[in-house]
Design a binder for this molecule. Sequence first.
Ligand code: SAH
Ligand code: DHB
Ligand code: MG
Length: 314
Amino acid sequence: MNQDQWTAVDRYITGLLVPPDEALDGALRDSVAAGLPPIAVSPTQGKLLHLLARMQGARLILEIGTLGGYSTIWLARALPAGGRLVTLEVDPRHAETARANLARAGLAEVVELRLGPALETLPELIAEKRGLFDLIFIDADKGAIPEYFARALELSRRGTMIIVDNVVRNGAVADPANTDPAVLGVRRFHQLLAAERRVSATTIQTVGSKGYDGFTLALAIADLWPSSGAEAVRRGVRLGESQVMLAIKIKNDLLKTLRKAFGLVAAAAAAQLLLATQNGCAPNQSSAAEPMPKIPDVPQDWGRSEQHESSAGH
Ligand code: SAH
Ligand code: DHB
Ligand code: MG
C-alpha cells in the first residue's frame, strides 16, 4: 500500500461518484491560482461532509477554517432553503478567494464568512448567542483543536454533530515522542474527548489522495445535554422539543424544594410562575426549534432536489 495507490483509488472513486462541477472544480482551480496551499478536503471527503450534513438534516452549520471555500461549498449545498453556514478564517487572502468562490457557487447569501482568529470569532458567536449549530466542522490550525472543540460544545445542542479533520496526522497521533504542535494538539484533543461525557465520539483513520490521516465524529448525546436547566437558560436555549423533558425535570425539582417550604398548592403555583419568568428571559435561538428566515431561492442543481440526484447519476 502506498500513496500512488491511494491516489489512484481516490481518482477512480471520484471519477464514478463525484461528477465534475463548475463551482467546486473552479474553487480548487482558483485557490491554486491564488497561491493557497493545496490542503482542502479531497472530493470524496467533501462529498462525505455533504452527506453527513444531509443525514443530520442540518439547517445551521459552523466551519472553522475556510481556506478557499471548497469544503464550505460541499457543506452549504447540503442545507435546505433558508439554511445558513458560518465559516471562520484568519487569513484575508484565503477569505478573499473563498468569497469569490462562494459567490460563483451562488452561496454568497447562504454563507457568512467571519475574518479573524477563530479564538476571537468563536467567543463573538457565543456572546451573540449564534447557533445552536446542527453541525460543526473543525478544520483550522491543528494545535488549537482542543480549544476549538471546547467552544464548539458551547455552540452545540444535544444532537449536534462535530467533525474534526486531520486528527491522525500520518499516524503521529499515537506517538507520544512527537512534539510537533499539531500532533500535540490532536493528542490533547483525544484526551479531552475521552473525558467529555457530553459527547459520544470515534476517530476513523483514512488514506487517499491527501495521504494518511483521519477524522473524528462526535455527537452531542441525549440526557447529558445541556447539563442543567440553569445552563439551558444561561445559554439561551428555548423550550423546544428536546427541552420539554428538561422543563418537566426542572419543574419537579423546583416543586420538591418549594413544597418543603410552602406546601403543595402554593408550591405548584410558584413553580409555574418561576418557569414562565425563565422562559420569557430566554432568547429563542435554537436553529432546530425556530425556522431560519427565508431567503430568495438560488438556482440549485444540488441539495435535496431530484435534479441533483439524477444529474449525479446515482
Ligand atoms: N476547510 C478547508 C481547509 C482549511 S485549511 C477545506 O477543506 O476546503 C485550514 C484553514 O484554517 C486555512 O485557511 C488557515 O488560514 C485557517 N486558519 C489557521 N489558523 C486559523 C485561526 N487561528 N483562525 C481561523 N482560521 C485559521
Ligand atoms: C493541513 C491542514 C488541513 O486542514 C489538512 O486537511 C491537511 C493539512 C496543514 O495545515 O498542513
Ligand atoms: Mg483539513
